[in-house]
Design a binder for this molecule. Sequence first.
Ligand code: NAP
Length: 278
Amino acid sequence: MNLLDGKKVRDEVLEDLKQKIAENNLAIKLAIILVGNNEASKIYIRNKEKACKNVGIEVEKHLLDEKTREEDLIDLINKLNEDASVTGIILQSPVPTHIDFDKCSGLIKASKDVDGFTEENIYNLYLGNDTIMPCTVKGIIRLLEYYDIPLEGANVVIVGRGNIVGHPLSLALINKNATVTVAHSKTKDLSNVTKNADILISATGVAHLITLDMVKPGAVVVDVGVSRIDGHIVGDVDFDNVKDVASWITPNPGGVGPMTVAMIIDNLFMMKWRDKNG
Ligand code: NAP
């Protein structure tokens, strides 16, 4: 078993970006909007802020009251869209229930859409065009490529078809010439499907869904899921047992999570580079 070490790759990616940002004297600014007091969101924002500051990216936080009206949030997004000093914008999910997250995040200008979820960016992913990719999807692919895991022709099984990970990941991997199967909660005989995978990627949030008997010996296993048991973060994969048959496996935490943060920085760099050089 070999580890797909997300922290190591994140550190290398960020060091490289830090140098490029300094060498090219790039003034990059990320605007993060949080509506309300979700504790997990505050931790995610702190991690993003820390990564940005470490590579020389400015962060402008907009912490809005729980009761903020949707139209006021939209005004702020429009203002940030027009502000030439702002490189990218993140609307942190979740938002309070009186606000339509998809509608509001969809108003972020595609060229400032760090998370890669606006219609234009997702449509470009669908078409196989060069685009701003959702950060977790990009992070998984970058991690596999770093360790020279061949994607072309590989049988990839993705468990989970969510809009944040599973669904866009299936498009990205088809673009890489993988043969992609997407399983979900209605899939019959899940283990029969997962056992065909050369690369098995689980993104469900169901703790320890993927057990030893569901993995082909020698498979590459990527665990995206995040759930909590007794306050501890656990993934979708029963790591302690699956590691004995996998050729490569992500730790969780320490695999996909750090790569997601690194790709936020990578997307911001790419946006600024395009803005400057066309
Ligand atoms: P989501 O939208 O809730 O999707 C979950 C998917 O899992 C759905 O497609 C669902 O099937 C499927 N599923 C649920 N139970 C299942 C079962 N027993 N067997 C097979 N499939 C099952 O979630 P998401 O936003 O895509 O995120 C997925 C996970 O990744 C979450 O745990 C999230 O916290 C984590 N995540 C991690 C990172 C990171 O950086 N590490 C980033 C983003 C997300 P149906 O469609 O049939 O309901």
